[in-house]
Design a protein around this ligand. Structure first.
Ligand code: GDD
Ligand code: MN
Length: 377
C-alpha cells in the first residue's frame, strides 16, 4: 500500500479570542504568547480590534505577519471608531469565525490561563455564555487600583443586578469585560454598544438559557494606563437606563419611554415636594411663591435626568432643548398654581398635599406635550 501523506486541512478555529485595544503596544506580544500557551492544541484565532493612536497596530501587524490565520487585526480609524470599547468588541464578534468567542482585555489584567476554563465550563454546563468573575469564591481583585475604584465597580454591578434581576441572576460580576459566548446565541446586529459594558448588551439582548461563571483574579495592568474615567461612569448609567427601558432601539418604544418618563417624574415629584417643604416651612415663604420656586427646581432636576438618561439623543443642541423644556413646563405652571390655589382655598387641603395632587394632574399633560414638542417623537 502506497504511503500517501494525508492532506492537511487547516482546522477551522474552535475559538475566537476578541481583544479590544487602545494604546497597548507593549502588551500585545506577551498576550499573544500567553494565549498560545493557554490554548495549547485548541485551534484558535485572536482578533484584535484596535482604536489606537500609538504604534499598537504595527505591533499587532508584526504578529499577524508571522501567523496570518492565528492573529488578525481590525484597525478602526476615524468615523469607524463607534461605540468605544463596546463598539470594538462588537466588531470583533461580527468578524469571529469560531463557534465560541472569548472577549478579554489587551493589558493582561485578564489572565490567559482562565480562557480554557471558560471554554470548559461552556461545554460542561452547555452554557450560552460563561462570565469570568472577580467575585466568585476563589476569584479576587488585586489589580483594580484604589478602594474607590473597587467600590465604584461593586456599586455599578449591584445597580445592574437591580435593573436586571432575572437576566443577571447567575452573574456576580456584570461589569466583567472577560467572558465567553456562543456566537449562535447572539444576534450581533441587535447589539447597541455604548462604552465599556458590553457584557450587559450580550446578556440582555442575547438568547441566554444558561449562563455560567468561572472565578478569576483581576491582575494589575502590565503596562500602559487604564482608559476608565468618570465620563465612562456617566455613560454607563445612561446605557443601563436605556437598556432597561428599551430606548436604545431607535425610535424608542413609546411604552419604555413612558416608563422612563414616569420614573423620572416620580423622583422629580419628591424633589418638588422637598423643595416646597424647605421653602414654605423652613424659609417661611408664602405658599404660592414657594410652590412656584419649587416647580423651577423640579423642572431643572427633571431636565437633567430625562435629557441624560431617558431620551435618546435629540436632534437639537442641549441648550436649546433646555430652553424649550423650561418654557414648556412653565406654560403649565399657571395651571399647576391655579390647581394648588383652588385645592387649598376651596377644598381646604394643606398646601403640601394640594401640591402633590396638582403635580400628578399636570404630569400626564406635561408628558404628552414634551415628548411631542421637545423630542419630536
Ligand atoms: N478598541 C478599543 N477602543 N479598545 C479600548 C477602548 C476603545 O475605545 N478603550 C479601552 N480599550 C481597551 C484597552 O486597551 C484594554 O485592552 C481594554 O479595552 C480595557 O480597558 P482598560 O482601560 O484597561 O479598562 P480597565 O482596566 O479600567 O477596565 C477593566 O475592568 C472593567 C471592570 O471593572 C476592563 O476589564 C473592563 O472590560 C471591565 O469592564
Ligand atoms: Mn485594564
Amino acid at each position: 500500500m502506497a504511503d500517501v501523506a494525508p492532506v492537511r486541512l487547516k482546522a477551522p478555529p474552535a475559538v475566537t479570542v476578541v481583544v479590544p485595544t487602545r494604546n497597548e503596544a507593549d502588551n500585545v506580544r506577551p498576550l499573544v504568547e500567553q494565549l498560545r500557551e493557554a490554548l495549547g492544541g485548541t485551534p484558535g484565532e485572536i482578533v484584535f480590534v484596535d482604536d489606537s493612536d500609538d504604534h499598537t497596530p504595527r505591533a499587532i501587524a508584526a504578529l499577524s505577519e508571522r501567523d496570518p490565520e492565528g492573529v488578525r487585526l481590525i484597525h478602526r480609524t476615524g468615523a469607524e471608531r463607534t461605540g468605544g470599547l463596546g463598539g470594538a468588541v462588537t466588531a470583533g464578534l461580527a468578524a469571529a469565525r469560531a463557534p465560541w468567542v472569548v472577549v478579554m482585555d489587551g493589558d493582561l489584567q485578564h489572565p490567559p490561563a482562565t480562557v480554557p476554563e471558560l471554554l470548559a465550563a461552556g461545554q460542561v454546563d452547555q452554557a450560552d455564555a460563561v462570565v469570568a468573575s472577580r467575585y466568585r469564591t476563589r476569584g479576587r481583585v488585586t489589580g483594580l487600583g484604589g478602594a474607590f475604584r473597587r467600590i465604584v465597580s461593586r456599586a455599578s454591578g449591584t445597580l445592574a443586578r437591580i435593573f436586571f434581576p432575572v437576566r443577571l441572576r447567575a452573574v456576580t460580576d456584570p461589569m466583567s469585560g472577560f467572558f465567553a459566548v456562543r456566537r449562535d446565541a447572539l444576534d450581533i446586529t441587535s447589539l447597541r454598544p455604548n462604552g465599556y459594558k458590553i457584557l450587559l448588551e450580550v446578556v440582555v439582548r442575547g438568547r441566554m438559557r444558561q449562563i455560567s461563571e468561572v472565578p478569576y483574579t483581576f491582575q494589575p495592568r502590565r503596562a500602559g494606563e487604564s482608559k476608565a474615567s468618570f465620563r465612562e461612569g456617566l455613560r454607563y448609567l445612561r446605557h443601563l437606563t436605556l437598556l432597561r427601558i428599551g430606548a436604545t432601539r431607535h425610535p424608542a418604544s413609546p411604552l419604555g419611554r413612558f416608563a422612563g418618563f414616569a420614573l423620572a417624574g416620580a423622583i422629580g415629584t419628591a424633589v418638588n415636594s422637598a423643595a416646597l417643604w424647605a421653602l414654605g416651612e423652613v424659609a417661611g415663604l408664602p405658599y404660592l411663591l414657594a410652590a412656584f420656586l419649587a416647580v423651577q427646581v423640579a423642572i431643572v432636576w427633571n431636565f437633567a435626568v430625562i435629557d441624560n438618561l431617558v431620551m435618546p439623543p435629540g436632534e437639537h443642541a442641549r441648550r436649546r432643548r433646555f430652553g424649550r423644556f423650561l418654557l414648556l413646563n412653565n406654560t403649565l405652571t399657571p395651571v399647576h398654581l391655579g390647581l394648588l390655589y383652588g385645592l387649598v382655598q376651596l377644598a381646604g387641603l394643606h398646601y403640601l398635599e394640594a401640591n402633590l395632587l396638582a403635580v400628578v394632574a399636570v404630569f400626564v399633560l406635561r408628558y404628552a406635550v414634551t415628548s411631542n414638542w421637545v423630542y419630536g417623537a
